[in-house]
Design a protein around this ligand. Structure first.
Ligand SMILES: [Zn+2]
Ligand SMILES: [Zn+2]
Length: 160
């Protein structure tokens, strides 16, 4: 991501890219519409979405939401005893379900702020750009898709 020449010991392989540790660890500030705070984000998604800032923020917010606002996914993931208590637990499928729930909660939080004219003008990503970016993420279910469509229908397409 940068032009610096570093030793392979100071770099890592992310998908098919070699990324220096400084770039990999660089922090991106994401702003959460749910808690109304900025959080530093670094790591895989910054590399995966390096050419798509709105998607980077949408994906990083889903991760933040899962970690800070829903705990059941991470608990199930780390603790097989807990996972066994969820009927039909399957890591990938359960993760997609939790991600969809997180996406909808985030989209509703953004829509609520738009409604109340309470979405900060200095947020790193425009509210409608962010909502449309959720649509580009993988594994959206029908409920998530239709929520995005109805919010966009209500508030309009992003201006940029
Ligand atoms: Zn670098
Ligand atoms: Zn939050």
């Amino acid at each position: 991501m940068c032009e610096n020449i570093v030793s392979i010991a100071e770099a890592q392989l992310i998908d098919s890219l070699i990324v220096c540790n400084a770039c990999f660890g660089a922090k991106e500030l994401i702003w959460c519409p749910k808690c109304g705070k900025s959080h530093p984000y670094s790591g895989y998604l910054r590399v995966a979405f390096r050419n798509d800032l709105p998607c980077l923020h949408a994906a990083a917010l889903v991760t933040h939401y899962r970690h800070k606002h829903v705990q059941s996914h991470d608990r199930a993931w780390q603790n097989p005893y807990y996972a066994n208590k969820i009927p039909g637990y399957d890591y990938e499928e359960y993760k997609a379900t939790v991600n969809n729930r997180a996406k909808r909660q985030l989209i509703r939080a953004i829509a609520k702020r738009l409604q109340e004219a309470n979405y900060p003008a200095d947020a790193p990503i425009d509210a409608l750009q962010l909502i449309c970016a959720f649509k580009m993420l993988r594994e959206n279910d029908e409920k998530t898709e239709s929520l995005i469509d109805s919010v966009v229908a209500k508030f309009g397409e992003p201006s940029t």
